[in-house]
Design a protein around this ligand. Structure first.
Ligand code: ADP
Ligand code: MG
Length: 261
C-alpha cells in the first residue's frame, strides 16, 4: 500500500509553550523542545505532570495559553483543526471505538470524513498493517480482546496515512504480554512507515525499550531529555534516576531469583 515507502514524518517543535487551565496552576510551564522528523520520543512522568496536556496541544485538543507548537515548522494554530488532525494519528488509552459499529466502520470513520472511496480495500490493508485477520472487519468491538481493540485503534489512527503518530498511554489497560507485543508492533510500524512518533507513558521501562529519546516531565516542565542509553548511565539527573531505578531494581531482583533457581 502507498504507506509502505514514503518520506519521513514531520518534526514537532514547542516554543515556550505554557498551558494554564482556568483556576489551576500551569499544567505545562514554558516548554521548549524540538522533536526531530522520524524520531520515536517517549514522554514520561508521574500522574499530573502535564504529559497529556503537552501532547494534546499538538493536535489542538488543548490550545496553549502562551507560546506555540509547530509541525514541520508550520504553527498548528494557523491551520484548520480538522485538516491538522487528519495528518496526525491519535491513539489514547481507552481506544474509543464505537460499540455499535463494526471494526470496518470504526476504521473507516477517518476515511469517510476525508471523502475517500474504496474503503473496503483500505480497511483490509489497514487490518493487515496491524496484524489482525481481515475477517475481523465485520465484528463489533465487544467480540475482540483488549489488545485486538487497541490494534483497531491503531488502524483507525493510521487510516488517513498521517506522518505523525501521537499516543497517550496507549497500552495502559492491557496485560503485560499484550502490552509488550503491541509496543513492538508500533515500533515496527514507526520504522516501516517512517513515522514521527510521540508516546506518553508512565512506564519508564517501556520508554527505555521503545524510544530513541526520552523526555521526563515534572510539574509541567521537561526535567530530563536523554537517549535511553544516557538515562541508564545516570545522565538524566535526580528525577529521571528515580524513575529508572524502578525497572532496574526489578531486573536486579529477577536476576537474583534466577541465580537461586
Ligand atoms: P498527566 O497526563 O501527566 O497526568 P495532565 O496533562 O493530564 O497530566 O494534567 C496536568 C495538570 O493539569 C494536572 O494538575 C491536572 O489536574 C490539570 N488538568 C488537566 N486537564 C485539565 C482540565 N481540563 N481542566 C483543569 N485542569 C486540568
Ligand atoms: Mg495523562
Amino acid at each position: 500500500m502507498p504507506q509502505e515507502s514514503r518520506n519521513t514524518g514531520p518534526s514537532v517543535s514547542f516554543e515556550a509553550v505554557s498551558k494554564r487551565y482556568a483556576g489551576g496552576a500551569n499544567a505545562v510551564d514554558t516548554v521548549s523542545v524540538t522533536i526531530a522528523a522520524g524520531s520515536f520520543v517517549a514522554l514520561v512522568g508521574s500522574s499530573g505532570s502535564g504529559k497529556s496536556t503537552l501532547l494534546k496541544m499538538i493536535n489542538r485538543l488543548v490550545e496553549p495559553s502562551s507560546g506555540r507548537v509547530l509541525v514541520n515548522n508550520a504553527p498548528v494554530g494557523e491551520e484548520d483543526a480538522h485538516l491538522l488532525r487528519r495528518r496526525i494519528g491519535y491513539i489514547f488509552q481507552n481506544v474509543g471505538l464505537f460499540p455499535h459499529l463494526t471494526v470496518a466502520e470504526n476504521i473507516a470513520i477517518g476515511l469517510r470524513l476525508s471523502g475517500s472511496k474504496d474503503n473496503a480495500a483500505r480497511v483490509g490493508d489497514l487490518l493487515d498493517l496491524v496484524d489482525l485477520p481481515r475477517d475481523f472487519a465485520s465484528r463489533t468491538p465487544d467480540a475482540l480482546s483488549g489488545g485486538q481493540r487497541q490494534r483497531v485503534g491503531v488502524a483507525r489512527a493510521l487510516a488517513t496515512e498521517p506522518g505523525l503518530l501521537i499516543m497517550d498511554e496507549p497500552f495502559g489497560a492491557l496485560d503485560p504480554v499484550t502490552r509488550d507485543q503491541l509496543g513492538a508492533s508500533i515500533r515496527g510500524l514507526h520504522d516501516r512507515l517512517g513515522l514521527t512518533t510521540i508516546m506518553v507513558t508512565h512506564d519508564m521501562a517501556e520508554a527505555l525499550l521503545l524510544a530513541d529519546r526520552v523526555l521526563v516531565m515534572d510539574a509541567g516542565r521537561i526535567v530530563a531529555d536523554c537517549t535511553p542509553r544516557a538515562l541508564i548511565a545516570g545522565e538524566g539527573g535526580a528525577q529521571a534516576d528515580a524513575l529508572v531505578a524502578v525497572p532496574r531494581e526489578q531486573a536486579r531482583r529477577l536476576r537474583a531469583l534466577e541465580g537461586e533457581a
